[in-house]
Structure formats: structure tokens, C-alpha cells
Design a protein around this ligand. Sequence first.
Ligand code: ACO
Length: 323
Amino acid sequence: MTLKAVIRGCGAFLPQKVLTNEDLASMVDTSDEWIRERTGIRERHIAGEDEKTSDLAAAAARAALDAAGMAPNEIDLIVVATTTPDLTFPSTAAIVQAKLGIESGAAFDIQAVCTGFIYALSTAEKFLTTGQHKRALVIGAETFSRILDWDDRATCVLFGDGAGAFVLEAQEEAEAGSRGVMNSYLRCDGRMVDLLYVDGGVSSTQSVGHVRMQGNRVFREAVNRISEAMQRVIADAGVAVADVDWFVPHQANERIILGVAKKLDLRKEQVISTISGQGNTSAASIPLAYCAGVDDGRIKQGDLVLIEGMGGGLTWGAALLRA
Ligand code: ACO
């Protein structure tokens, strides 16, 4: 019996508060023009004081369950990709499980920064296709605003808060047909930790710390590594770039997204971009963009979708799925 992990629904959640480029220009030495030209970002959402990562995650999960027509207690696995957990422990996934009223199954977090959703999706797919679990919530959720240095114009203009979720279900091949997660490709090169990191942590400073990034060096690494991952994931799945319907990238920088698309000969119209209104929401950006594509009718059942991400570690990866 061959099992496949089929996406039954997706959900998104963005906090109400919006921070525009103009707002930022009154806080640090920057301008709307600089931010838009270098990144494509116009505004981003910021979690309220009482909103935690688990609140955002649970809201996105509820929306995904609604879209799938499923009740919370049908879920037996929760994987949350986050860099900004509510607490050092327990996992945000455990807190989300309780918020959803789920009392059984497994729940854990995955930490691969902006590549987190690809790592989480790939992990959940393996739990489902072995038959160990039946239905999973895979969530990317971040309150990145909490680890930004609001005096550092090179980083504070880039990020936003939000959450996105997939409901994945193990289905036998006969039922799934061509649908499901087809392939994934995950990489890390820990020698590049100092390109993008947080200068605090439990066993080093006993504090949370702030994001530090050598942006132009990350930029240089991004296009080549991401395109290589995309080419590998496509080739290993036995399909061609021309078969891909939609490209749903991690939303770090519009110039990276368009550079990668061009390198693979993907048309601009195939790119699903949310960066202008959301900024970089780290592990949440891929499911948020995917949901935007589903909600506005671009991504339809049976479409071939390519996703990719790159983040601190450095980590990077790509996955191919049939909606
Ligand atoms: N407003 C105005 N000027 C600024 C700002 C700002 N917000 N930020 C930096 N500058 C200045 C710099 O100080 C520098 O000035 P100088 O020339 O006088 O020294 C100048 O702009 C150019 O700086 P660069 O860093 O070289 O600018 P670049 O064109 O590389 O754009 C950016 C910066 C947008 C950060 C880009 O490098 C980038 O997007 N990098 C990749 C980010 C990314 O993909 N991260 C991975 C995912 S994130 C994660 O995993 C958590």
C-alpha cells in the first residue's frame, strides 16, 4: 500500500495592526522609496501586545480545518515551524494543540528559520506516508517583530508577523491520484551561521536577542542555492519546469524571488507574491502566499506547485506538490 500526503486545506492569519514604510521612516533613517525599491515591501502586519505566536498559529489552523471541512479532533499530528516560540519550552505546537482542544496525537516544533515550513512539510509528509499518523496540521507561525532591533534599519524594515497552515491527510494512491506532496529537498550549511542569526539564546546569553544579518551576503548566496534546490526537486520528481503551474516562494525579497524565477524560466505571472503587504514573515510566508493563491482562485486542485525557502543556518530547500 502506497500512501501520499494530500493537502486537504490551507488557512491564513494576519494580525490587525499594520506598519507602513512611512511609519518606519518616522522611527529610523529610511524611506518608503528605499524599502520598496530594494525589497518590494510596502507594509507588514505586527502582532498586538497580547497576541502570541500560538494565537496566530491556532487562528491559521482553524481556518485550514474549516477549508478542509475537518474537526480539530481528527488531527493526530501538529508540526509548527517557528523561530519565535511563545516559550523556550514546551513547544508552540503543544500550546496550539491545547488551544484547538485536541487531546491526542503528537505535536512538536521545527526550527529552520525562514526554511522552516519546507522542513516541517517534508517531516510531516514522512510521518503520514509511513502510516504512523493520519492527519497533520503543518503550521508556519511567527511574531518576528519581537526579535527585531527597532533601531537597526537594515533589518527592522524587512520582517512582519503572521501564520499560515496546511491540513495534510494520508491517502492511498488510488484515492489521492496525482495529488499530494511529491518531493522535497532540504539543505543546511552551518558554516554560515554568522550571516544571519539572533545574538541571544538560552545557553549563551539567557536572553532572547535580536536579529543580525549581513543582508548583501545572504542575498548573494540566495539566488544560486535556491535555484539549485528548485532544479533538484523538479528533476528528482521526474517532471520539467514547463510542467510547473505556480511558484510560491518564501517572501524575503522581491528581487530574490524574481531573480530565481528568471533563472528557472518561470514567468512572472506564475509567481505568487505577498511580499508587498506582508514583508518577510519567515516560516509563515510560504503557507500565507499559498493560501492567497488558493483564495483568489489561481491555485486549483491538480495544479503543480513549486515552493522554496532560505533562511538562517544557512538553511534552504524546495518542495513540489500537486494541489
Ligand atoms: N533604509 C535606507 N538605507 C538602508 C537601509 C534602510 N532600511 N538598510 C540599509 N541601508 C543602507 C546601508 O547602510 C548601505 O549604506 P552604505 O552604502 O552607505 O553603507 C546601503 O543601504 C546598501 O546596503 P546593502 O545591505 O548593501 O543593501 P542591499 O541592496 O543588499 O539590500 C537587503 C539590503 C534588502 C537586506 C538585501 O540585502 C536582502 O534582501 N538580503 C537578503 C535577505 C534575506 O533573504 N534573508 C533571508 C531570509 S531571512 C531569515 O531567515 C530570518
